[in-house]
Design a protein around this ligand. Structure first.
Ligand code: DOR
Ligand code: ZN
Length: 345
């Protein structure tokens, strides 16, 4: 494929998304509902979504915030804690919850209630394996002695390998991978392990955080890594391996939370997620692999039907707005004020 003027693909899904709640939810949801058929909704609200009943109520709030006529289905998750009872898993499945999210305690935004030792959750993980619920993993150790740039690689040795050995048929998604080590690990891990990859980790290395000054809108967790890692992630998605798929990790924070002395982690990409991914795939001449990454590999791994509609991206310069409304506040999208080369029609 040389230089197509448009790109039509099966309607994609976002397999990792933060929607927040209340007025913030109402502000960002239309962006995702326009581009994607479904999204895996992260449970790290304050307080977190830890029960099937809370997930059902959150799902209702999301549906109520959808624009008229939107064709979008939220896929709900629970926040795994040391204390999640094994019998919550059946209730979760009956409520349509598809996965639980493992946040190592303290790893990221709203992760204080996360897991302190994965072995404490084994009864619950066994129930998930039985009931067919997935485990979605924020793959970073939180040990302050480990350099922040090494936390993902160390997590593979300390948590992923033992988990895979002990729970071989639990479907695990290594979320938002950022390193060569994680890409290699997932590629060789077999049929029950997959990974999502964000647009920012395909497009940028850690220099982006420091170009000409500190750039908070490029700060997310896991943090951007060196160029060798970015290249490895691009190679992984270009390989066409079906166990790599789209998950934006779009994580909105009001601009006053980002532009302050302690900046919240997260890149808001929902406004132009497909355009950013298309740019990344085109840069590595892998547009022929884009549709499977965006629209097939995720549902196939989750055991859900693929979407039937289509979306089209045009090669058309599009300058992103500087800010968008975010409840009473404002939010700056990644690449605010810059021009992208693709635009969804
Ligand atoms: O950058 C991030 N933001 N990483 C996460 O894991 C959480 C997310 C958020 O909720 O803001
Ligand atoms: Zn996330």
């Amino acid at each position: 494929m040389s230089h197509p003027s448009s790109l039509t693909i099966t309607r994609p899904d976002d397999w990792h998304l933060h929607l927040r709640d209340g007025a913030a939810l109402a502000s960002v949801l239309p962006c995702t509902a326009r581009q994607f058929g479904r999204a895996i909704v992260m449970p790290n609200l304050r307080p977190p979504i830890t029960t099937a009943a809370q997930a059902l109520a959150y799902r209702e709030r999301i549906l109520a915030a959808l624009p008229e006529g939107a064709d979008f289905q939220p896929l709900m998750t629970l926040y795994l804690t040391d204390l999640t009872p094994a019998d919550e898993i059946k209730r979760a499945r009956d409520a349509g919850v598809v996965a639980l999210k493992l946040y190592p305690a303290g790893a990221t935004t709203n992760s204080d209630a996360g897991v302190t030792d994965i072995r404490k959750t084994y009864k619950t993980l066994e129930a998930m394996q039985r009931e067919g619920l997935l485990l979605l993993v924020h793959g970073e150790v939180t040990d302050p002695d480990i350099d922040i740039f090494d936390r993902e690689a160390v997590f593979i040795d300390r948590v992923m390998q033992p988990l895979r050995r002990d729970m071989p048929e639990l479907k695990v998604v290594f979320e938002h991978i950022t390193t060569r080590e994680a890409a290699q690990y997932v590629a060789s891990a077999g049929a029950f392990t997959a990974a999502t990859v964000t647009p920012q980790h395909l497009l940028y290395n850690r220099n982006a955080i420091f170009t000409g000054g500190l750039r908070p809108h490029y700060y997310c967790l896991p943090v951007l890594k060196r160029e060798v890692h970015r290249l490895a992630l691009n190679a992984a998605v270009a390989s066409g391996n079906p166990r790599f798929f789209l998950g934006t990790d779009s994580a909105p924070h009001a601009s006053q939370i980002k532009e302050t002395s302690v900046c919240g982690a997260g890149c808001f990409t929902a406004l132009s997620a497909l355009e950013l991914y298309a740019e990344a795939f085109e840069a590595i001449q892998a547009l022929d692999k884009f549709e499977a990454f965006a629209s097939f590999n995720g549902p196939d791994f989750y055991g859900l039907p693929r979407n039937t509609g289509k979306v089209t991206l045009q090669r058309q310069p599009w300058t992103l707005p500087e800010v968008l409304p975010f409840g009473e506040a404002q939010i700056k999208p990644l690449r605010a004020g810059e021009t992208l080369s693709w635009r969804m029609s």
